[in-house]
Design a protein around this ligand. Structure first.
Ligand SMILES: *[C@@H]1O[C@H](CO)[C@@H](O)[C@H](O)[C@H]1NC(C)=O
Ligand SMILES: *[C@@H]1O[C@H](CO)[C@@H](O)[C@H](O)[C@H]1NC(C)=O
Length: 397
């Protein structure tokens, strides 16, 4: 079987879209909550979550209702844009019945299982008779879930204090329903703090380099990042760098092939305390990087796109294969090219359409390596906008 390494670089990435995490709303929908309170809680949740980018790789939001029996209104995979989430939050109807929170928490345990990403259970409750939730809540916390609570202040504050994830000041709110909007900013800030703890990721590994990516938590003026890395088995081989506060990626070079490194990143700010992030990664074996390393797109017109790649390695590469098709479901066309070619004009395309273009090198050894880029053809109408010139190597996700 030929080995196929495929790397899809998404070309767009902004600060607000670089967070990842799961948020499950646990909404008290029982008969003790008045309809007025219920509607206000839903509006509050909608407003709270409005700024987040949703979907896989970003923030996922689910809604679980607490009643006599729990009802999963929508799971974490359902809404991947704000319009659909906001609409769904407007059309939730109240269950009435008992407050069987314990049964709902058993469902929550099944949902919040994704490893290595921040997970939040946001419990919106009137505070009346929460039931025997201590054990289920501590199991959830052992699963790595942060429990945040907003209570309508009618009742049992002791239980809430026991089960919330510290610190209480920013994770447990007890408010009158008419004042609930006053806490939106603080609660959102607390959520951001949890999901921003995030991850340090190592991508685009070669035998001599690696790119580290992280969620930006500082800005240009508000601090800097301390970065250090070493061969995992040799702590004294450490290399240290200081990076400006507006950075969110760095390419490490001069690494050794087939070696496991460990890297640490510490955001330094005098306004806030941040955790140190770390990642382990292993460089690729061998002396040579495998082509293609860079795939770029140019000469885009309404019916054509030119795709180019490098480096050329005619001694090792047998041929190149270019596959392209409209996203999401167009027919995929395939062109085979000799190993001396490093560019191809793709013609007969539809205007104003996004294509996924994959360039694969077929090696004499039988191995295969591929890189994909997304590119748009121009609209058919005449326009003065210069053709986009997208460089896959310039933007990593
Ligand atoms: C960070 O800020 C500096 C100075 O303001 C600027 O030159 C640089 O391009 C910025 N870097 C990024 C990645 O935005
Ligand atoms: C890296 O590996 C070390 C040793 O196996 C381990 O203790 C550490 O938790 C790992 N770090 C990460 C971020 O996975």
């Amino acid at each position: 079987m030929p080995k196929r390494q495929s790397t899809v670089f998404l070309l767009l990435c902004t600060a607000s879209t670089c967070c990842e995490g799961d948020i499950l709303l646990l909404l008290d929908s029982s008969g003790s909550v008045s309809n007025y309170e219920f509607v206000r809680m839903l509006c509050f949740a909608a407003h709270l979550l409005r700024p987040f980018s949703l979907g896989c790789g970003f923030i996922r939001v689910g809604l679980l209702q607490v009643g006599t029996n729990p009802v999963l209104e929508f799971g974490l995979d359902v809404h991947n844009n704000q319009d659909s989430l906001q609409k769904a939050l407007q059309s939730v109807s109240q269950l009435q019945g008992d407050t069987n929170t314990k049964a709902a928490l058993e469902v929550a345990q099944q949902l919040l299982t994704e490893e290595n990403i921040p997970k939040i259970l946001l419990w919106l409750t009137d505070g009346v008779q929460p039931g025997d939730v201590d054990e289920s809540m501590s199991e959830l916390k052992q699963q790595g879930v942060s429990v945040l609570i907003v209570s309508m202040a009618h009742g049992n504050f002791d239980v809430l204090q026991r089960v919330v994830t510290p610190p209480l000041e920013s994770h447990l709110y007890s408010v009158d329903i008419d004042d609930i909007d006053l806490i939106t900013e603080d609660l959102r800030e607390a959520i951001l703090k949890i999901i921003h703890v995030g991850r340090l990721r190592a991508v685009h590994l070669t035998s001599h380099s690696a790119v580290l990516l992280w969620c930006p938590v500082l800005s240009a003026g508000s601090g800097c990042y301390e970065l250090w890395y070493n061969v995992m088995s040799m702590a004294d081989s450490e290399t240290r760098r200081t990076l400006p506060g507006n950075s969110s990626m760095i390419k490490l070079i001069n690494l050794q092939p087939d070696t496991t490194y460990t890297a640490f990143l510490h955001p330094k700010s005098n306004q806030r305390l941040f955790n140190t992030l770390s990642v382990n990664f292993t460089t690729l074996p061998g002396e040579n990087v495998l082509s293609p390393v860079v795939v770029s797109v140019s000469d885009s017109g309404p019916h054509q796109i030119r795709v180019s790649w490098c480096p050329l390695q005619p001694a090792q590469v047998q041929s190149y294969i270019v596959e392209y098709g409209a996203i999401p479901s167009g027919r995929v066309q395939t062109v085979m090219l000799p190993s001396q070619e490093n560019s191809r004009l793709l013609t007969g395309l539809d205007p104003g359409t996004e294509y996924l273009v994959t360039v694969s090198a077929l090696y004499v050894t039988g191995e295969q390596k591929a890189i994909s880029v997304r590119a748009c053809t121009q609209e058919a109408t005449l326009s003065c906008i210069p053709p986009p010139n997208l460089e896959a190597s310039g933007s990593y996700f």
